[in-house]
Design a protein around this ligand. Structure first.
Ligand SMILES: Cc1cc2nc3c(=O)[nH]c(=O)nc-3n(C[C@H](O)[C@H](O)[C@H](O)COP(=O)(O)OP(=O)(O)OC[C@H]3O[C@@H](n4cnc5c(N)ncnc54)[C@H](O)[C@@H]3O)c2cc1C
Length: 489
């Protein structure tokens, strides 16, 4: 087998998404030149902005929101304030032909439900307080205990199951609990009916958010240019196939490109490739129990169908959650509402219909043409655009969009972490899939920033503690209940 060897011998970064590019940027600031190895031909990973025929759309709209000031500073260092827009936020849930505010607003929810259904929900909540579900370790048990079975079924169950593709009883409660700490129906109603308190700086972010004028991809393309200008090697279309280790350290990374293997010597590895795939690629390979733990970590995949429609035919929201079980679409983005610069014509918009799938299932393998017509039909069925409004469409498939928190995932992650720490402690898993952690861009970036400090400055940041205690204040506005399913993004 043909192979090339390069003696880069600096840090090697796997993946040119937010975590990988942040690592390269931070290394460069410390005067350390790294090499970034990316499997695909696209910059930005899940945070890329796709361009088709002059239309731009995200893999799901990517809101820039963070409580980590170092991350926010970095956003503005990379892009500059002239490239950021502050956008008004409007997002609603579409259920039973009605729009419900999101985050859920108690007054609006009660008025949409009507007095009889609202009374049934209250009774169901009282029942859940008297007889709480026996098993609250699952998402279903936990949420039914907090909100009662009836509200749980209305606002939480359908969307969550669409997103994850498994019954809500199989989803661990911990990530929902992390996001809606101590909030239950009684507190939500009490807060919702009290006079509106003075809004804080954090809650003001609920009503608006930051967004690069050409989408998140703009940030990562700029970041790639900046690091390349500082001497970083960016190897595109180089999927990493193995990480060689010897005497308790990773010594090189092997990537396959153009039918050849390229081996790159390394002093350390910052990896944002999926954690189980990283561990499986270690050479020599880990023992069977570690490989078994890796094989047990799974992902949910994603595809988006972007449809061009006249702007005045669409809704005003940035995005709408679709709870109706009779259609397969889970969420619809309106990219013109994210940024008018995303669309090539003043009177048009681009709607992104999001389908949560498994690689290889019927939707994943359907032709683009079929998916465009399914998405157009579903928009019309829902009544979100008039018949005949769709003027064209494109499909983008994104494997491994969501690391799944299925039963036992945490102990599997711990096995992989423990093995890496013992056998190759100069390998630093970072990011979202890289840590099998539900990290948004900001936390993905922050883990990379901390890993670089550990490598360059010898600090001892605990990277695995990032996002463990994070609360999403947007869900905890005094007038709002949490989002259904605590909103996977
Ligand atoms: C639908 C959706 C909506 C979202 N909305 C938001 C939002 O509003 N705000 C927000 O902040 N975040 C959002 N996120 C999360 C955000 O996309 C991620 O947090 C972020 O992209 C993770 O960055 P990363 O670099 O860790 O991983 P990724 O973006 O996954 O990048 C990893 C990179 O590694 C590459 N790679 C994988 N395997 C290999 C290999 N073997 N060899 C070489 N390269 C490899 C991949 O091709 C990819 O380019 C959303 C995610 C989804 C799915």
């Amino acid at each position: 087998m043909a192979s090339d060897t390069s003696d880069a011998a600096g840090p090697v970064i796997i993946g040119a998404g937010p975590a990988g590019l942040t690592a390269a940027y931070q290394f460069a600031k410390h005067g350390v030149t790294s090499t970034v190895v990316e499997a695909t031909s696209e910059i930005g990973g899940i945070s890329q902005t796709v361009q088709r025929d002059g239309w731009r759309f995200d893999i799901g709209g990517h809101r820039f929101f963070t409580k980590v000031s170092a991350v926010r500073d970095l956003w503005y260092e990379i892009l500059g304030s002239e490239d950021f827009l502050v956008r008004p936020r409007l997002s609603r849930i579409y259920y039973g032909g009605k729009f419900y505010d999101y985050p859920l607003n108690v007054r609006n929810a009660l008025s949409n439900l009507g007095p009889i259904e609202a009374a049934r929900c209250a009774a169901s909540y009282a029942w859940a307080r008297l007889r709480p579900p026996a098993d609250q370790s699952s998402f279903e048990g936990y949420m039914a205990a907090q909100f009662g079975w009836r509200l749980y079924r209305t606002f939480f169950k359908t969307y969550t199951e669409k997103v994850w593709g498994v019954p809500a009883t199989e989803i661990q409660a911990d990530w929902a609990a992390q996001r809606i700490k101590n909030l239950n129906l009684l507190k939500a109603v009490t807060n919702g009916l009290l006079p509106r308190r003075r809004r804080t700086a954090i809650t003001s972010l609920i009503d608006s958010f930051e967004y690069p004028r050409h989408g998140p991809g703009m940030m990562w393309e700029r970041c790639a240019e900046l690091v390349q200008a500082r001497g970083v090697g960016l190897l595109m279309d180089h999927p990493v196939t193995s990480v060689r280790h010897r005497d308790g350290r990773a010594v090189s990374v092997v990537a396959r490109t153009g039918g050849r293997d390229v081996e790159i010597g390394c002093s350390s590895v910052v990896s944002s490739m999926p954690l189980p795939r990283l561990v499986e690629s270690m050479d020599p390979e880990p023992p069977p129990e570690v490989l078994e733990a890796a094989a047990g970590l799974t992902f949910r995949d994603f595809l988006t169908v972007a449809l061009a429609v006249p702007a005045d035919a669409a809704f005003a929201d940035n995005w709408v959650y679709i709870h109706s079980p009779d259609v397969r679409v889970g969420r619809v983005q309106n990219f013109r509402s994210w940024s008018p610069h995303m669309v090539p014509a003043d009177d048009m918009t681009c709607l992104g219909l999001e389908y949560f799938v498994f690689e290889g299932d019927d939707l994943w393998t359907a032709s683009d043409e079929c998916l465009v017509s399914l998405a157009s039909r579903e928009l019309e069925t829902l009544g979100l655009v008039p018949a005949g409004a769709v003027q064209g469409g494109w499909v983008v498939r994104m494997p491994k969009a969501y690391p799944m928190y299925s039963r036992g995932y945490q102990s599997r992650v711990d096995v992989l972490r423990g093995w890496l720490q013992a056998n190759a402690p100069n390998v630093w898993p970072v990011g979202r899939n890289g840590m099998h952690r539900y990290n948004n861009q900001d936390h993905s970036m922050f883990t990379a920033m901390l890993a670089v400090e550990n490598i360059v400055l010898g600090t001892a940041h605990d990277i695995w503690s990032v996002n463990v205690e994070a609360e999403y204040h947007e869900e905890l506005d005094g007038t709002s209940a949490p989002a259904p399913s605590a909103k996977p993004r």
